[in-house]
Structure formats: C-alpha cells, structure tokens
Design a protein around this ligand. Structure first.
Ligand SMILES: [Zn+2]
Ligand SMILES: [Zn+2]
Length: 187
C-alpha cells in the first residue's frame, strides 16, 4: 500500500469539498490547515439558505456568477464565524485563486497557498502573493472522481479481456486482468 503525502491528503480533502459545489460553472474546494490539522474548509456555493445555481441557474453579471461565495472565502469565513485564527495557516485550493480571494487570503495571514490546477492565474495575484511573502506552490491532486460509471468501465474491460482471449491470450494472464479489474472497480 502506498502511503499518501500530507499535500495529497489535504488536496484530496479540497477535491472532495469541491463535489459539494452548487455552481455549475466551476467546482472549487478549499481547506485551511495548521500544523497538519484541518481547521476549516469551504466550497463555492450560495449563502446558507440561498437559491442554488444548480436549481435556479447561475446569476451572471459581467460574465461572473454573483450568487456564489468562493471556496477560499467560505473557508476563511468559517474561521471568522467560529473564531479560529487563520494567521500563519496554509490553504489548499483545487484551483488557483481569483484576485479577490488572493487579497482575502493575504489579509487573513495565510502563509502558503497550495493549488492543484492553474485557473486564469492573474499576474497581479501572483505579484501580490510575492509582495506579501505568501508562498505559492502547485501540488499534484490524487485522481478522485465521483460517479465514475464504474459498471460501464468494468464491462468495457471485460469485453476487452474476452477479445484478447479469442486472440490467443492465455488463461492465467486473462484471469489476472479479470481479478485486477474487479478489485479496481467498485461495482
Ligand atoms: Zn453559479
Ligand atoms: Zn475567488
């Protein structure tokens, strides 16, 4: 069994949170971490009790959905709401933060931003992070998917193994791939 790194673990947490997103435009997750402990998390969504983009459609002004609070902001606001200091903590975000979130992250005293995917990385955001001495690092994200059509995938692999057998693949090798695919797919 491979042991995952702390970076992979916290980014996986952000990735999981992103699956809670209610905006159809982009699903983002953010996790705030201090001393290897998760202190807050957020995803992009409406205010509590508000309409969801997934139900009502996005509320778009100037090509931006104004209904949602960004994941990073939600995570920082969770700190504010429950009185948890964000100063000196790190944040793991699935996507490079927008300019507004970048400023909030700096102002809240976050010291490192770990992000998985590039997303319109604004040069001014990079400049501000540099000036504020906030470290920005891109880290790999584990391949986490939800609702991944495992049944369909397994059937496809099964039919490929069948085809290979017809074309002379020996039983032992075929059985190995068969077992392996069954252990990989959660059907
Ligand atoms: Zn939206
Ligand atoms: Zn943002």
């Amino acid at each position: 069994m491979d042991r995952i790194s702390w970076n992979e673990y916290f980014m996986a947490q952000s990735r999981l949170l992103s699956f809670r997103s209610t905006c159809t435009r982009l699903a983002v997750g953010a996790t705030i971490v201090r001393d290897k402990r998760i202190i807050a998390g957020g995803y992009n969504g409406s205010i509590a009790g508000g309409d969801h983009c997934i139900d009502e459609g996005c509320y778009v002004i100037d090509n931006h959905c104004v209904r949602t609070i960004h994941a990073e902001m939600n995570a920082l606001l969770q700190c504010a709401k429950f009185g948890v200091p964000a100063s000196g903590a790190d944040i793991y975000v699935t996507h490079f933060p927008c300019l507004q979130c970048c400023k909030a992250i700096i102002q809240a005293g976050i010291k490192t931003v770990f992000y998985a995917m590039d997303y319109k990385n604004h040069p001014y955001a990079i400049e501000l992070f540099n000036k504020a001495g906030v470290k920005v690092e891109q880290v790999a994200s584990l391949p986490i998917t939800i609702g991944g059509n495992d049944e369909e995938k397994q059937k496809l692999v099964e039919s490929l193994i069948g085809l290979l057998k017809e074309n002379g693949l020996d039983e032992t090798t075929a059985a190995y791939f068969d077992d392996k695919s069954k252990s990989l797919f959660h059907t």
